[in-house]
Design a protein around this ligand. Sequence first.
Ligand code: HEM
Length: 384
Amino acid sequence: PYPLYAELRRTPVARQEDGSYVISTYRELTGILHNPHLSSDVRNLAHPMPLYEERTTPSFINLDPPEHDRLRRLAMRHFGPPHTPGLVTGLEPALTATVSSLADGFAGKGQIDIVDDFAYPFPVTVICHVLGVPREDEPRFHVWVDAIVNSIDYDPKTDPKEKLDNGVQATKDLHQYLGGLLEQRHARPTDDLLSRLANDDGPDGRMTDDEIVSTAHLLLIAGHETTVNLITNGMLTLLRHPQVLQRLRNEPGLVVPLVEELLRYEPPVHIIPWRAAYSDITVADTVIPKGSQIMLMLASGSRDPNRFHDPDRFDPDRRDNEHLGFGSGIHLCFGGPLARRETQIALTELVRRLDRPRLVTDPPPYRRSPVLRGPIHLHVEQGG
Ligand code: HEM
């Protein structure tokens, strides 16, 4: 039940020793996420993210209006509903085929790692497909994404420098690769996302090549570990609630509200650590001075008893469920429709294909990151 969050919520806006602020209650979180003086521009932060210096063009998750809005709109036109409802629907056969071929690997295996054998390879394959990366190049993407994701929580006090260096090198290699692919798409466009971004002439003009590369990078990174964790947290939660797992077998439509409840109850993104105050911001009678770093405890907001009835109960029949799993405001997750559908398909297939699954260790080992929450492995026994 996350007792630390309950403790934090007693002081909705708390000042830390280093001068940063922590916000942990639902009302204050949604309020500040819609405040135009809250900045996502990492250049405004006292402690920028380690990889930031290596990037030439920041991606729009780390930009403020008007740049953020222009780039988000340009990407959104081709990406998600309601702009192109076809994209996620059009991906359906690819999603089902990918999940099904991963689950084929379960046959005859007594023990499966839901992370390595299933959840981890799935989203990166999907994004490669969306971007238009040829199949034979996909394995390189798995390696790059792995190195970049690993280096995001690099801590100079405890981690070997190699961890950061690998991330930096992978970023360079990925950008060089994407730049090359983009050149080909300029010359011979197809209907993939890179071609569409390269040839778009909408009311906002066109993205530059640098902007396209950093947008593709963002989609890969923002959409990978998060989706892996939602699928894995989902399977873990189902195994801890066998009656819900059984219901899902008999009632396939349950997967839709179930994934929504997972985003509230065991969300992949617990904290947004990189916001800054442009000018003084008043929240719950506390003035947060201009320039302060602000940490947003999204997962705490989604467990706030002042907003959700019986918040520590996993209830897939919950009605009023406006969780913060995808954030809120202008940076609301752009990949939400895709992530939801990927997770719905993945959980349905896992439940269908695993034979009497049982957890090997509970709790499983977790990633160290306080920002992204999910097991590093989830060993499940089946059959027998
Ligand atoms: C933004 C969560 C999957 C692309 C966000 C934010 C959250 C989030 C909390 C807000 C960040 C902020 O306010 O600074 C998740 C979760 C996912 C998921 C929990 C999976 C379960 C995806 C996927 C994609 C994606 C699949 C793309 C393919 C993005 C982008 C943004 C974003 C581009 C930045 C939006 C903006 O700045 O306007 N996501 N995400 N996400 N997400 Fe996701």
